[in-house]
Design a protein around this ligand. Sequence first.
Ligand code: ADP
Ligand code: MG
Length: 298
Amino acid sequence: MNAPTNAIVFDHVSKHYGDVLAVDDLSLAIEPGSTVALLGPNGAGKSTSINLLLGLLAPTKGTIEVHGHSPAEAVKAGEMGAMLQNGALIPELTVKELIDLVRRLYPRPLALDELLKLADLTDLAGRRANKLSGGQTQRVRFALAIAGAPRILLLDEPTAAMDVESRLRFWASMHDYAAGGRTVLFATHYLEEADEHSDRVIVVARGRLAADGTAAQIKADAGGHAVSFALGDQPAAGLDLLPGVTVVEILDGTATLHTSDVDATLAGLYRSTTLDVHRLKVSGADLEAAFLQLTRES
Ligand code: ADP
Ligand code: MG
C-alpha cells in the first residue's frame, strides 16, 4: 500500500444537526506543508468542518482522513493542534505555567522557550492568565495549540477580538510555525486574511464547496479585471464586442468594461479609431467581489 500523500482528506462529508445541513457533501484534499484558508460567511460550516476534522463531531455521511488515519487516531497520536472559537484559560496560572503544563501532556513537545518565542509571549511569561488582553489571550491559546509540535494546525477564526497590531503579530507567528513544513488550516470570514496569509483558499457557503484555488485564481475566475474610462457622450455601441469583455456598465458618463483578458481589452480600446479614451483606469476584481459572487451562486 502506498503511504497517503495528503495531510487532510474529506470524502463526500455531510453533517446534519437535526434538520440543519451544516456541511453538504464536502470533498477536498490538502497537501502536507500547505497553508490553507477556509473562507466563508458566518454559518457556512467552517467550525463544523474543523470540529469534524478533530473528531469532536462525527460526519452524518462520508469519511475524513488525517495522514491516512481517522481523526480520533490522529488526535491520539498528537498529529493535530487546534485553536477553537472559544475556550478559556486557567485564570490562576501565569502564561509560562499554563504553557508548560500543557506541553508536558505531549510526548514530544516544543521547548518552553521556543513556544514563548513563537507565540511572541516572552515578555508576558510571568503574567497571570486573567490579566491578559483579548489579543494576548489568543496568543496564549496559539501557544497551547502548538505545544505538542503538531504536524497539522487548525485555527478557527483565530484573530477574532484582536486589534490590527495583534493581528499582524499573530500572523507572523503562524507563518513561523508553518515554515517548518507543517500544514495549517485556518477558518476566516475576512477576505484579506485569506488572501494574504494562505497558499490556497477554499471557499465554503451553506456547507458546500464554492471555490478552491489560490486567491489570484479565485479572483480571476470570478470575472478578472475591470477597465473604466470617461465615455462622455460618445456612443457605447460596440464596447461589448471588444476582446475579453464580459459585461459593460455605463454610469454617469463612465464606461466600465468587465473583462477576462485585460491586455486584449486595452489593446482593442487603443486600436479603436472612433473612440476617444480619457481617464482610463484598470482595477483588479477584488476577492470581495469574487467571494460575493461565489457565495451567491451556490
Ligand atoms: P461557521 O463556523 O462557518 O460560522 P458553523 O459550522 O458554526 O458555521 O455552522 C454551520 C451551520 O450549522 C449554521 O447554520 C449553524 O447555525 C448550524 N449549527 C452549528 N452548530 C450547531 C448545533 N450545535 N446545533 C444546531 N445547529 C448548529
Ligand atoms: Mg465558526
